[in-house]
Write a protein that binds this ligand. Structure first.
Ligand code: SF4
Ligand code: SF4
Length: 241
């Protein structure tokens, strides 16, 4: 757990724990171009969290996606969107501006991106770093997670952003990607997505080979092979989780 919001810890932490969100943090986003609300005002902060994907389902996609993974992906995204809506309502009821970021929505289909990267909010909230595969890696669940974000103007003490990656010499995701889309570079704050991932190559591969699953929107191979995820399975077998 990485709850780093002492200023509003009491109600926010209680609320999040009540929703069984154990991995979350508050992010200072003042240096980023966050989405604007209906009045045209941008948001200075966000509450970011991660929900785990079932480890044995995630491990099962190391050779490509399957129906069980497609259903788990939908289930976790649905839960994230429900939580984001509820948290936004709660924040507004307490007099703050708030706006949820959809769990998995491409608002810019040309550049294959949404309104704002969940990963940026998450690294700034201190809940993980970004792996070579361009996905958030958390200490608790590796990259076997989906991410939620709610923008807000609530005054809250924000976490220390993650500043480095912990991939070391590992290149498993680079070698495993069938589309050769993972570029092999190490993440640091400010690196562009293109330096980490050829999103168009990834997208084309998924559409060509996995169209039966969410019209080619999912794959998961690069995440399934990541040792920060596979160790979860080992720990479960040893009864540590
Ligand atoms: S999700 Fe994209 S980058 Fe990852 S393994 Fe699949 S095709 Fe490669
Ligand atoms: S598979 Fe290895 S290189 Fe890729 S994100 Fe995980 S730790 Fe980093």
């Amino acid at each position: 757990m990485m709850a780093k919001s002492p200023g509003n810890k009491n109600w926010l932490q209680a609320w999040l724990e009540d929703q069984r969100i154990l991995l979350w943090g508050a992010a200072d986003l003042r240096e980023f171009l966050t989405p604007a609300d209906a009045s045209g005002q941008r948001f200075p902060r966000a509450i970011a969290w991660a929900l785990p994907i079932h480890p044995s389902i995630m491990a099962s996609v190391k050779d490509g996606p399957n129906q069980e993974y497609a259903e788990e992906y939908s289930r976790v995204n649905k839960r994230i969107n429900e939580l984001a809506h509820k948290l936004s309502v709660e924040l507004r009821s307490r007099g703050h501006r708030a706006q949820p970021l959809a769990a998995s929505e491409r608002t810019d289909t040309t550049n294959i991106m949404g309104d704002f990267p969940h990963k940026t909010a998450a690294t700034r909230a201190g809940i993980g770093w970004v792996g070579r595969h361009c996905q958030l890696v958390t200490s608790s669940f590796g990259s076997w997670v989906r991410l939620g974000t709610v923008f807000t103007d609530m005054e809250v003490d924000c976490a220390m952003p993650l500043q480095r990656n912990f991939c070391g010499r590992c290149r498993r995701c680079v070698d495993a990607c069938p589309a050769r889309a993972v570029q092999g570079n190490e993440w640091y704050p400010g690196i562009t997505r293109e330096q980490l991932l050829d999103a168009h190559q990834c997208d084309q591969w998924k559409k060509a080979h996995y169209y039966e699953y969410h019209k080619g929107r999912i794959c998961g191979i690069c995440s399934a092979v990541c040792p920060y995820g596979t160790r979860l399975l080992r720990d479960r077998k040893k009864g540590r989780r």
